[in-house]
Write a protein that binds this ligand. Structure first.
Ligand SMILES: [Zn+2]
Ligand SMILES: [Zn+2]
Length: 424
């Protein structure tokens, strides 16, 4: 449909503001705002009318235009039939409210989202049905963009579509403004120098962290964890309340990790983003239990890369057996490197993981007798091999195993990760 006919079709129904009128031609000409496009169309119609052309539209659309030849005195319009005067009366106020809300947060980039009232969306659709959608833009997209421009001006920060530090959602029904703050992701490597602490915070499953008799009121099953030691200074600096911790694999609670293991810690809803990681590193390293190095900011996708990275690990295990070790059987341990180890999900984790089958290789194994029933094993294995079960056999669920080869039952294992074979 011709531009002029389209405009007449729309404007005969009532008053429409420049933005909404211009938006019907948003796809035409560049370097113009919709408000400017709307003005052009309106003025062109007014010129035509003043020249004597018979155009029947709601006259309030020409309020403020002085005709020379035709006797029309346009009345003051009530409100735009689409946006209800959002662009005329409300947009600046809302932009200021958003900027005010953002003062609480440290950020460099932001994105604007809005919830548009149904009545506006319905009217928008009515117009589309009448005039087609060939050159049009949605009101939502214009509102977001125009709010963005204004907020940029007030805050001096950057409007950005991709990975903004903060997304502001304004509900135009209620005027409520919500912010979604992008997490901070920090990469690093840790050592765990003591036994008896888990990698991540272990929330009590009975009370979900509230505190009950089972967890002695602390809401978790261990007093601390690698995560809690690492997160403490970070949460404080970022004014955040929670983190989530993603290690490249994890050692058992009773195992130490004496080489640096890569991890990513996500700091949720950070109020501050400019954090001195060198200082944080020093702070964490005051701990006797956990040491970290190489803290740096990273992106979310590093978590997946970590998860799927194949990194061999070397373990040192001190194993107590029930019977005296038969020395001549020890060489047979080499056979463990010759074919993959078949493991069903270990009994000790079966309550929280699916019962599956996995195949992993032992790359190297060496040993040293420490006493008649005590053996030290040094084992290098592929990512994901359950080492304790490789040693004990896990009641036949891991095959073959050290216990099976030696024909001896395992009483106790103490385990350390001594090397994580990352590329350096
Ligand atoms: Zn409007
Ligand atoms: Zn509890």
């Amino acid at each position: 449909m011709e531009i002029e006919k389209r405009a007449i079709e729309i404007l005969k129904e009532g008053y429409m503001c420049d933005n909404c009128l211009g938006r019907t031609c948003a796809g035409l000409l560049t370097g113009y705002t919709n408000r400017q496009r709307g003005k052009i169309i309106r003025q062109f119609l007014a010129l035509s009318i003043d020249s004597g052309e018979k155009i029947e539209v709601d006259n309030s659309n020409f309020y403020g235009i002085r005709f020379r030849n035709i006797k029309i005195k346009p009345e003051r319009p009530k409100e735009c039939m689409v946006c209800k005067n959002f662009f005329i009366e409300k947009i600046d106020m809302i932009a200021e409210k958003i900027a005010k809300k953002l003062e609480e947060i440290e950020f460099e980039t932001f994105l604007i989202g809005t919830v548009i009232p149904d009545s506006i969306l319905k009217k928008e659709e009515e117009i589309w049905n009448k005039t087609g959608i060939e050159f049009t833009e949605t009101i939502k997209s214009e509102i977001n963009r125009e709010l963005g421009k204004r907020v940029e001006k007030i805050t001096k920060k950057k409007f950005e579509q991709k990975d903004p530090d903060v997304t502001v959602i304004t509900d135009l029904n209620t005027g409520k403004i919500k912010t979604e703050i992008r997490s901070l992701y920090i990469f690093g490597k840790y050592k765990k120098l003591v036994r008896g602490i888990p990698q991540t915070k272990w929330v009590c499953h009975r009370c979900k962290g509230v505190g009950c008799s089972y967890c002695k009121g602390i809401g978790k099953l261990y007093l601390t964890s690698v995560q809690e030691i690492v997160e403490k200074p970070l949460l404080k600096a970022a004014k955040s309340k929670s983190s989530s911790f993603h290690g490249h694999g994890r050692e058992d609670i009773d195992a130490r990790c004496l080489d640096y293991r890569p991890f990513v810690i996500e700091i949720v809803k950070p109020i501050k983003r400019k954090i001195d990681l060198k200082k944080i590193e020093k702070e964490i390293n005051k701990s006797k239990k956990v040491k970290v190095k190489g803290l740096k900011f990273t992106t979310k996708d590093t978590i997946n890369k970590l998860k799927f990275a194949k990194i061999d690990k070397t373990y040192l295990a001190t194993v107590d057996f029930e019977k005296t070790i038969e020395k001549k059987k020890l060489k047979e341990l080499r056979n463990l490197t010759k074919e993959p180890i078949l493991q069903k999900t270990p009994l000790r984790v079966l309550h929280r993981r699916a019962d599956k089958f996995r195949k992993r290789s032992v790359k190297k194994i060496s040993w040293k007798i420490l006493a008649g029933k005590k053996l030290q094993l040094k084992i290098t294995a592929e990512t994901g091999l359950y080492i304790k079960e490789l040693i004990t056999g896990d009641e036949g669920r891991t095959k073959p195993s050290v216990a099976e080869v030696l024909g001896n039952k395992v009483k106790k294992i103490s385990l350390d990760v001594i090397k994580i074979h990352t590329k350096r």
